[in-house]
Design a protein around this ligand. Structure first.
Ligand code: 5AD
Ligand code: FES
Length: 354
């Protein structure tokens, strides 16, 4: 059996390992291996994105959700969650304000809230595109029919974020209620890619019951599916969920996984997530230094921010969007990187279908 450094070098050269080899890397995580992985990762980050960090403005437009995922603070059964739903005009206004602040990507994210019909969603998308043709619209609204995904794409949405949460169907079943299935989630991801969206998958790090082998399966999934983006953050418990007492994922494992993902798919978009910034005051900076190249600050009205509580102690719930932008500029500059306002496609992305 090769040693971890040799395996890391193999990954750096071939962008592919067996699940067992990924697992061996994760089992042998240590500061030296993390640093080596980060160094290799930053070489690719520089090659494809220089020292540029993309920003996306996140509009969390509804915290109503028909789902009941065991880890999530806005799950249907959480009666302590104060629900809100932005009006259509408010959503469009947030996006337009984001444009004025320099954002060229807006992410419309919400629980699976069917109070917004497909027509509503298409209307929102068209209105934003009409005002700002150069704004890329990303949706993060969960599982829908293929026909709905197609309609949003036709209306002008260009990207879709749908985390796969875990590549292991057995773990997926432990984290989700019976109504949800891993196969359906995977089919949604395939449909989205097939329709032509730039697709973001993603997983939680060290969610309850997750082993390093499970995480190795996530890495293999990234290697094979090649999402345009992959968002990862530590699992963080939420007090009003069945996982209230579970431990959070660690900074170290999340950073190491970011670096490994950059080696697996060097052009991929990788966000330094809010969850990473929540478990460590410098988590997002460290994420960028490990190979991440995207930040997703919040554009939602401050009045609803605290209510979009997926996990406890989420950062940036009191700051206006402009404050977060300035804060992030300072943070990113302090580590020798620069925020840019380009739409920020995945390097090498070409429109998948006409
Ligand atoms: N801890 C960390 N991430 C979470 N998410 C939901 N709940 C939690 C939690 N408790 C993530 C999921 C989801 C994304 C929007 O937020 O991965 O896909
Ligand atoms: Fe929101 Fe720093 S990024 S306050």
């Amino acid at each position: 059996m090769k040693n971890p450094i040799e395996i890391l070098e193999k990954l750096n050269n071939t962008h592919s390992l067996s699940i067992e080899e990924y697992e061996l890397l994760l089992n042998n995580i240590n500061p030296e291996l993390m640093q080596l992985a980060a160094n290799y990762a930053c070489d690719y980050q520089k090659q494809y994105y220089q020292n540029k960090v993309f920003i996306r403005g996140l509009v969390e437009f509804s915290n109503y959700c028909r789902n009941n995922c065991l880890y999530c603070g806005i799950r249907r059964d959480n009666k302590n969650c104060e629900r809100y739903r932005l009006r259509i005009e408010e959503i469009i206004k947030c996006a337009n304000e984001g444009y004025d602040l320099g954002f060229r990507t807006v992410v419309l994210q919400g629980g699976e809230d069917f109070a917004y019909s497909d027509e509503d969603m298409c209307h929102i998308i068209r209105e934003i595109k009409k005002a700002h043709p150069d704004m890329v619209i990303t949706l993060s609204i969960g599982e829908r029919d293929r026909a709905s995904y197609e309609a949003y794409y036709q209306a002008g949405a260009g990207r879709f974020l749908l985390r796969h949460e875990t590549a292991n169907p057995a773990l997926y079943a432990k984290l989700h209620p019976k109504e949800l299935s891993w196969e359906h989630r995977m089919n949604c991801l395939k449909d989205l890619k097939d329709i032509g969206y730039q697709v973001g998958a993603g997983f939680m790090v060290q969610s309850p019951g997750q082993t390093n082998y499970d995480l190795a399966m996530d890495l293999k999934f990234v290697e094979e599916f090649k999402p345009d983006m992959c968002g990862i953050g530590p699992f963080i418990s939420h007090k009003d969920t069945p996982f209230a007492k579970e431990n959070s994922g660690t900074l170290e494992m999340t950073l190491f996984l970011i670096s490994l993902m950059r080696l697996i798919y060097p052009q991929m978009l990788i966000p330094a997530t809010t969850a990473l910034g929540t478990i460590d005051a410098k988590g997002r900076e460290k994420g960028i230094q490990a190979g991440a190249n995207v930040l997703m600050p919040n554009l939602s009205p401050v009045s609803v921010r605290k209510k979009y509580s997926l996990y406890d102690n989420k950062i940036c719930t009191g700051e206006e969007a402009a404050e977060c932008i300035n804060c992030l500029k300072g943070r990113v500059n302090s580590i020798g990187y620069e925020i840019i306002t380009a739409p920020g496609n995945r390097a090498g992305f070409e429109k998948r279908v006409e």
